[in-house]
Design a protein around this ligand. Structure first.
Ligand code: FES
Length: 124
């Protein structure tokens, strides 16, 4: 299996790894088949994602897609982040091996779960 240079860059020099202490949106998702787990932490201010971080316990593809996805949603509106697809993240990484495409779904789901958590906390 071959990973693109961008995948390896995001895996080896992972960006935005860790927690945000005052995150107001937290999403946790997992892949039941492989057992990989991902947390997405968001700091949202005025409908804008002012900060985003992640923790992923998983494969190379899961870590690289989380790193790239979190990079892509920083500074954008929640409505735009909700539209970020795993396809767009995979393309930004110059592709993933076919058998690893399912791993990229975690980042999309994690971001959506974190935004859902934000709304559940703020719209009461
Ligand atoms: Fe589990 Fe990639 S093998 S997310």
């Amino acid at each position: 299996m071959r990973y693109s240079a961008k995948v390896m860059e995001h895996f080896q020099n992972t960006k935005n790894y860790g927690k945000i202490d005052n995150a107001n949106g937290i999403g946790k998702v997992g892949n039941t088949k492989c057992g990989d787990v991902m947390w997405i932490y968001l700091k949202i201010e005025d409908e804008i994602i002012s900060d985003a971080k992640f923790e992923t316990f998983g494969c190379v593809a899961a870590i690289a897609t989380s790193s790239m996805a979190v990079d892509m949603i920083k500074g954008i509106k929640i409505s735009e982040a909700l539209e970020l697809s795993n396809k767009a993240v995979t393309e930004a990484l110059d592709g993933l091996p076919k058998e690893k495409h399912h791993c990229s779904v975690l980042a999309e789901e994690g971001i959506q779960a974190a935004i859902k958590d934000y709304y559940s906390k703020t719209t009461k």
